[in-house]
Design a protein around this ligand. Structure first.
Ligand SMILES: NC(=O)CC[C@H](N)C(=O)O
Length: 374
């Protein structure tokens, strides 16, 4: 069946349908990871977006029940060059096509994803429509233009959990698979704010020795402080951080009281809570091969990223300093408070399926909590 992708600026790509049929809308972004499409599909931070993979063959490893990053698929469309229905992996239980169909995600295959990526890189990420029911270019472009802009959208509050819960699962082990931590392994009490949290972040926290209670985005700081945690964690999530004013106000109440660690949206919300500003980037960074320098050690790490917004470090004045820098576009990759045990990164140190270069950041959080206890 024919499928068409139309962008708001009038560019149109014709391809073939895979996954669910129908019509989907969202901001079109490109992801440069060569592996891990399943993690992309289940990353809540992609809510409201349609993702094109720059890697050309997608589907080869099928879908398995262990590599999901959340309870459902959040992106609204999936765009690939060459879909492979014949999958091969020892853990796979179904094909990507069947998975997208089961979850109602519209896909398009057989388009020139290199041309699409170059277009997005030159013109910037923009809204689009994938359709299997309308093939009229003019009508589709019109629909793409009517999609609301990502800037100004609070999408995170809607993907958060409803009530607090406890997480005990550790990182995956080749022989044992996923196992739960025993109480004696968990030394640091952490309240983790869920703005669309990825499972592997929770596993990294637990494997680093954290006793994790996950709480909804709107959970009052007073109640979190009453739990007497050793540290506060702020998660990744979709959308623009700026409209999340109540959440930002809530985060401010932890400053000076507890060690804080933020990842991606959590990092941006922390920047805003500390009085800084955020901005939308031209096309952002989405992939698992992005070089970053830790300015403290001068070590370069290859990171996984998925963001369209960024913190303006200058707007933070003298409170925070730049701690990590993106070596591709020189954007703010991490910051740390000059006087308080507070730090955050724009990239994803939990990176599942990898790279694991930035795993040490969970250790840094634990060190801050250990100092706080002492
Ligand atoms: N992965 C994330 O947390 C993404 C943060 C935010 N939604 C952005 O696009 O920049």
């Amino acid at each position: 069946m024919k499928a068409v992708l139309a962008l708001a600026d009038g560019r149109v790509f014709e391809g073939k349908s895979f996954g669910a049929t129908g019509e989907a809308a969202g901001e079109v972004v490109f992801n440069t990871a060569m592996t891990g499409y399943q993690e992309v599909l289940t990353d809540p931070s992609y809510r409201g977006q349609m993702v094109t993979m720059t890697y050309t063959q997608i589907g080869n490893t099928g879908i398995n029940p262990e590599d999901i990053e959340s309870k459902q698929l959040y992106l609204s469309g999936f765009i690939v060059k060459e879909y492979h229905d014949c999958y091969s992996n020892w853990r796979a239980t179904m094909s990507l096509d069947a998975y997208l169909k089961e979850n109602g995600v519209v896909g398009i295959q057989g388009i020139d994803t290199r041309a699409l990526t170059r277009h997005l890189r030159d013109k910037g990420a923009q809204n689009g429509i994938i359709s299997t029911v309308d093939s009229d270019h003019e009508s589709l472009v019109k629909k793409a233009r009517a999609v609301p802009s990502m800037a100004g959208l609070d999408l995170a509050t809607g993907v958060s959990c409803d009530k607090p819960y406890h997480w005990t699962e550790k990182l995956w082990d080749l022989e044992a698979g996923y196992t739960a931590a025993t109480p004696d392994e968990l030394k640091y009490k952490v309240v983790a704010y869920d703005f669309g949290i990825k499972y592997n972040i929770l596993r990294c926290l637990v494997s680093a020795g954290c006793d994790v209670t996950v709480v909804p985005a709107t959970f009052p700081a007073e109640e979190a402080l009453a739990m007497n945690p050793d540290g506060i964690f702020l998660s990744n999530g979709p959308g623009d951080p700026e409209p999340m004013t109540a959440v930002i106000e809530n985060i401010r109440k932890f400053v000076g009281k507890k060690p804080i660690f933020g990842i991606c949206l959590g990092h941006q919300l922390l920047g805003l809570a500390l009085g800084g500003k955020t901005m939308k980037l031209k096309f952002g960074n989405h992939g698992s091969n992005l070089p970053v320098m830790d300015l403290e050690t001068r070590r370069v790490e290859i990171t996984a990223q998925n963001h369209g917004f960024s913190v303006d470090i200058v707007s933070l004045g003298h409170a925070c300093e730049l701690a990590h820098e993106n070596l591709n576009d020189q954007t703010v990759e991490g910051m740390k408070h000059k006087d308080l045990p507070i730090f955050s990164v724009q990239h994803h140190p939990e990176a599942s399926p990898g790279p694991h270069d930035s795993h040490y950041l969970f250790g840094r959080f634990v060190e801050l909590m250990e100092k706080g206890k002492a």
